[in-house]
Design a protein around this ligand. Structure first.
Ligand SMILES: Cc1cc2nc3c(=O)[nH]c(=O)nc-3n(C[C@H](O)[C@H](O)[C@H](O)COP(=O)(O)OP(=O)(O)OC[C@H]3O[C@@H](n4cnc5c(N)ncnc54)[C@H](O)[C@@H]3O)c2cc1C
Length: 294
């Protein structure tokens, strides 16, 4: 994975965009690479979940397979939910990229790549680390895939515009690209009615945009909430009901949200054996999701 910087001296050049609109011009180009970051991080999460579940399905401790132990079920389910949410958001932006000739889809790409890249890439290192811990001591060994997944996990958040830059870019889109916030909100609203916790979360999001003086200071929290609302909306529409319920019950309510993976409320973790069995079918399910998004 090497790229190079080239310095050109005395070279002939043509303006590729309007003078004074350099950021606007380059944003169109970086949308694709930012989307690549979303794809790469979602794929890394998928691999991490597969590795963790495979290990826990085969490793016995305290007389039972790890995947049959309630506490580990909670961790695996939480990791699987995160990965499904990441992939679904990525596929929704992929679908919008295919339809940029439609204004609403083009605006969704503009704002959605900042929101999606920020959140998915930021969530990946913690996810990789937790999956590594599911595997235990051998998860840390350099010979195993987890060490590489973990080592690579921060890079997508840093390059092509680091976290703060994504947040500032979302604000720029909101303020300068007329209709981009509306396009985002319209997409989120499609999930309204699918889950009462999602509905309340969407309502609370609207309040974040009222106070404009402090909006830059609060931008990370705003973008985080925007990502969660969009993921929730997509999950209630396209995902397995247990996954959508687990996501809304753990990510969209204050009382049930833990700081670390494995903090799902009772009722959600119980479904994790289902996630475990379904895990190898996840890829197939994603293809189905993808075709429905089109
Ligand atoms: C492996 C790798 C390969 C790369 N390949 C390429 C390449 O091929 N071509 C290329 O052009 N670049 C490449 N990059 C560069 C990469 O895109 C930048 O490093 C990245 O965008 C961060 O920019 P920076 O290093 O200038 O950090 P800075 O811009 O100095 O940012 C440092 C920190 O400050 C934050 N920050 C910046 N501005 C603000 C602000 N206004 N408010 C609050 N916080 C702010 C950032 O979020 C970041 O956390 C590569 C980077 C890596 C790691």
């Amino acid at each position: 994975m090497f790229r190079t910087e080239v310095e050109l001296r005395g070279a002939l050049a043509w303006m590729v965009g309007e003078e004074g609109r350099g950021i606007r011009t380059i944003i169109d180009m970086v949308a694709m690479t930012r989307f690549d970051c979303m794809v790469g991080s979602s794929a890394g999460m998928r691999q991490a979940v597969a590795q963790a579940i495979h290990h826990c399905d085969n490793r016995k401790a305290f007389g039972k397979h790890l995947s049959d132990q309630p506490l580990m079920q909670n961790v695996l389910a939480d990791l699987a939910i995160e990965q499904e949410a990441a992939l679904l958001l990525t596929l929704r932006i992929a679908s919008a990229l295919d339809r940029r000739d439609q204004e609403a889809e083009n605006l969704l790409v503009r704002i959605g790549t900042s929101v999606g890249k920020y959140w998915i890439c930021k969530r990946t290192p913690g996810h990789a680390y937790e999956a590594m811990e599911c595997i235990g001591g051998s998860g840390v060994m350099e010979e195993r895939i987890m060490a590489r997944l973990f080592r690579e996990s921060p890079v997508n958040a840093i390059w092509e515009g680091s976290g703060n830059v994504q947040c500032l870019d979302m604000l720029r889109a909101m303020n300068r690209e007329t209709g981009s916030l509306d396009a985002y909100l319209a997409e989120v609203e499609l999930g309204r009615g699918g889950d009462r916790r999602l509905d309340r979360f969407i309502d609370s999001l609207a309040g974040e945009f009222v106070e404009t003086d402090t909006v830059e200071y609060r931008a990370r929290r705003i973008v985080e909430k925007m990502a969660l609302a969009l993921q929730g909306s997509l999950l209630v529409r396209y995902a397995d009901k247990a996954v959508a319920d687990g996501f809304c019950g753990s990510r969209l309510t204050d009382e049930n949200s833990g700081w670390l993976y494995g903090s799902l409320p009772v009722g959600v973790g119980d479904c994790s054996s289902c996630f475990t069995r379904c895990s190898l079918a996840i890829t197939e399910r994603h293809w189905q999701i993808d075709s429905r998004l089109r």
